[in-house]
Design a protein around this ligand. Structure first.
Ligand code: ARG
Length: 580
């Protein structure tokens, strides 16, 4: 809570019967500066006081104004007999507060300057572990677009929580178990090239897989062979495990390449296979609680009373399932990390799966089941319909990223041919463009990916935010002197400056909200807003001029804005180049 909100809360607490947090939640920022700096709607008081809200607003404004005039409010800013709050006015059902702009600016800009890279961080998460399960692609298949979305959203949520002091554990729950591995081994034994396996790629594995399904249609015996192989694998057979490990190595090599390009990190790669030895115990306990039953030869948990289809634990051929492993994994993670919260970043199509898993955990008596959250997200679509490359084939993520970097490289070549480290910058901006395009849409909506829009330096894009940051860096380079907070804050009194400073002051609360809603898009929208505020300020007022005092003040504002944009960009998982 900033000082002014605290002051407003304490003023209102004394005169109403509302709780502090209730008041804080109700406080709004009026859309127009002229209406005040903060506003408090009186609707909620109307019920208890039995008066219309606008009458309450008028009455309260008078008593509260008297309080501040008498200087009764404790404040570090005794100025002109007032306490930083200069005026309290009723506007309709709202109580509007005006604050001293210079004091406000001083508070915000000093805080940013002091905290620098830490500005926006908090400590509400101290001592609280949070497990985040993200990306989690499947072995022997290409990293799909939804794994990319999950990686980017998960990484941003990880950074948001870390910024708030939580102890984050990022886990890549690889899909490295299941009957399909039996199919793959069977296919490899038949058609794989033993001598060439070193050079095998995920595409080769994928092809084997496709071939298996084509052949199995003609020759159903293949399915039996595959089942045998998976049984062997589950039983720990050496040969089966060797093949499986080989497929895993091939896939991880490709996944790591993409994660490295994106700058995405995991604390652990623990795939579904890891829980293979635990599922028996999990199933035994589910049975022990009387929750399991046999239906059509499969073992299930009946979830009909909760209006859900049954949760499948074991198929009739004894193979365990995705859900069984997720239940085992959740319990293992609770035991290992004693998390305060566990976040699964997985597409909306798995909503039911997670509802079922959480329900089974609850029925098993795991009282932390409601600390598990499924953070779902929509699809990524491409404007021209499919994900198609220049060659007209289905695009691979790696190609998509390379393409973004190449295109940005061309734009930089045109705009700033003498730029040093052009390749590094093109990389940071190209990848940043993809990250931002993915994150800036509310996560449960589908993202429509349009190259021209995504890469535009002037739209609501990553390159635009990065470019604004680089421009601020360039102003500071031109200034060439140290930035100081020892300035005359009255000089930052233009509307454009005040609007910008107010927005800079909002950054910590944006991070909090992004954590609460698992919504990185809030940070994207915030950054777009700040860049807009900055550009309006910059277009209306010269930063560097002969007036030394004024220049010093505006430079401080430029530096604080640069810092906030950089912190936001970094939390999203992007780089903030200083020149581009
Ligand atoms: N591998 C799964 C898929 O590609 C996603 C796994 C998500 N994480 C989890 N704990 N189930 O659909």
């Amino acid at each position: 809570m900033n000082y002014f909100i605290k002051a407003i809360v304490s003023l209102l607490k004394e005169k109403t019967n509302l709780q502090e947090d209730e008041i804080e939640k109700l406080i709004e920022i009026p859309p127009d500066l002229k209406m005040g700096d903060y506003a408090f709607p009186c609707y909620n008081l109307s019920k208890t006081l039995k008066k219309p809200p606008n009458i309450i607003a008028t009455e309260l404004s008078k008593t509260l104004q008297a309080t501040i005039n008498e200087n009764l409010l404790e404040s570090p800013f005794k100025k002109g007999g007032l306490s930083g709050i200069t005026e309290i006015k009723a506007i309709g059902p709202y109580l509007n507060f005006f604050v001293d702009k210079a004091i406000f600016s001083e508070m915000v800009l000093k805080k940013v300057s002091k905290e620098r890279d830490r500005y926006g961080s908090g400590n509400i998460g101290l001592g609280k572990p949070v497990v985040i399960d993200y990306s989690s692609p499947n072995i022997a298949k290409h990293l799909a677009v939804h794994h990319l979305r999950s990686a980017l959203i998960g990484n941003a949520i990880y950074n948001v929580y870390k910024t708030l002091g939580y102890q984050c554990v990022g886990i890549n729950h690889l899909g490295d178990w299941g009957t399909q591995f039996g199919q793959l081994i069977a296919a490899y034994k038949k058609w794989g090239n033993e001598n060439a396996h070193e050079s095998y790629t995920v595409t080769d594995l994928n092809n084997l897989y496709v071939k298996f399904h084509q052949e199995a249609e003609k020759n159903p015996v293949l399915e039996d062979e595959a089942r045998e192989w998976f049984k062997k694998l589950e039983a720990g057979d050496t040969e089966a495990k060797e093949f499986w490990q080989r497929f895993k190595d091939i896939s991880l090599k490709e996944f790591h390449k993409i994660y490295d390009m994106l700058g995405i990190h995991f604390d652990a790669f623990i795939g579904e296979s890891f829980y293979n030895t635990m599922v028996e115990d999990t199933i035994a306990r589910i049975k022990g609680k009387g929750l399991a039953k046999v239906s059509e030869q499969a073992l299930i948990v009946d979830l009909e009373p909760y209006n859900m289809p049954p949760c499948l634990l074991r198929k009739k051929d004894d193979a365990t399932l995705y859900a069984t492993r997720d239940i085992a994994a959740a319990e293992y993670r609770k035991k290992t990390h004693d998390f305060d919260k566990m976040i699964y970043v997985v597409g909306s199509e798995q909503k039911l799966h997670f509802k079922q898993v959480f329900k089974v955990l609850e029925l098993m008596g795991d009282d932390w089941a409601n600390h598990c959250v499924h953070v779902d997200f929509g699809l990524m679509k491409f404007k021209d319909g499919k994900m198609s490359t220049r060659k007209g084939k289905v695009v691979l993520l790696e190609d998509l990223l390379i393409d973004a970097v190449e295109r940005i490289g061309k734009i930089i070549e045109e705009k700033n041919p003498s730029l040093e480290n052009k390749d590094v910058v093109a990389n940071e901006v190209g990848i940043g463009a993809v990250i931002f395009a993915d994150l800036c849409t509310k996560r449960n909506k589908d993202v429509v990916f349009d190259w021209d829009e995504v890469l535009n330096f002037e739209g609501e894009t990553g390159p635009y935010v990065q470019y604004t940051h680089a421009r601020l860096c360039s102003i500071l380079r031109k200034y060439g002197k140290p930035v100081t907070t020892d300035i005359n804050y009255e000089l930052l009194s233009e509307d454009e400056a005040i609007i910008l400073i107010k927005n800079l002051g909002r950054f910590p609360s944006v991070i909090l909200k992004a954590a609460e809603l698992y919504e990185p898009s809030l940070i994207c929208n915030y950054l777009i807003d700040v860049c807009g505020n900055l550009n309006r300020f910059y277009n209306a007022h010269r930063v560097l001029s002969d007036d030394e005092e004024l220049t010093k003040s505006r430079i401080l504002l430029v530096d604080a804005t640069r810092q906030v944009i950089k912190n936001g960009i970094n939390i999203l998982g992007m780089h903030a180049p200083e020149q581009m």
